[in-house]
Ligand binder design. Structure first.
Ligand code: ZN
Length: 187
């Protein structure tokens, strides 16, 4: 593996290899725990700079909490613009809270740590657009969709991956009898 972003994931223990049950219910031999790379402010700052260089510059950056908070903040710092975030309400609907406002025509970019299907990024984009914002693009540190995630605006990522996943019944690691773990539970 020569990619420098992936190398940093490996060095910080953020790129896990094993047997994992993903949120989607699928099993995989690898998992990215981006909180483990973003716990180092100098690394987060550097990743934010790299993303900011590849993205159109808007008036503001927005990210979905919690995953997008640190990297979105660092992209906004690199761009010299403000940063706001969205949260899910009790029904799971993405909302803008805490008194954050969006001006009609305000130019935004949306930033997340890891894009898998692009679902969260797309929800943030649609929320901002419904408030009259002009969303110029979206970015993430890692794209786990192999480049296929479509969020309706141009998208960039520092690294693109297509990890192999399996339904539990077809998982070769299950067939080998290896215990499956839920990411995040590892000490
Ligand atoms: Zn399995």
């Amino acid at each position: 593996m020569t990619d420098s972003t992936l190398q940093t994931f490996l060095e910080t223990g953020a790129y896990l290899r094993g047997h994992f049950r993903l949120t989607s219910g699928l099993h995989s031999a690898e998992y990215l725990q981006s909180a483990k790379i973003l716990q180092y402010p100098n690394i987060a700052e550097n990743l934010g700079k790299q993303l900011a260089e590849r993205m159109p510059k808007g008036d503001s950056v927005a990210s979905p909490a919690l995953g997008g908070l640190i990297i979105g903040h660092e992209v906004a710092r690199a761009m010299g613009v403000r940063f706001i975030f969205t949260e899910r309400d009790a029904e799971g609907k993405m909302q803008l809270r805490r008194g954050f406002t969006v001006e009609p025509g305000e130019k935004f970019v949306v930033v997340e740590d890891v894009v898998t299907t692009g679902g969260s990024t797309k929800e943030v984009i649609e929320l901002l657009q419904a408030l009259g914002a002009n969303v110029l693009g979206a970015g993430s540190i890692i794209d786990r969709s192999g480049g296929t995630a479509d969020v309706g605006v141009p998208r960039v990522a520092l690294t693109t991956l297509k990890p192999e996943t399996w339904p539990p019944d077809f998982c070769p690691l299950c067939q080998q009898g290896l215990p499956v773990e839920k990411p995040g539970s590892r000490k």
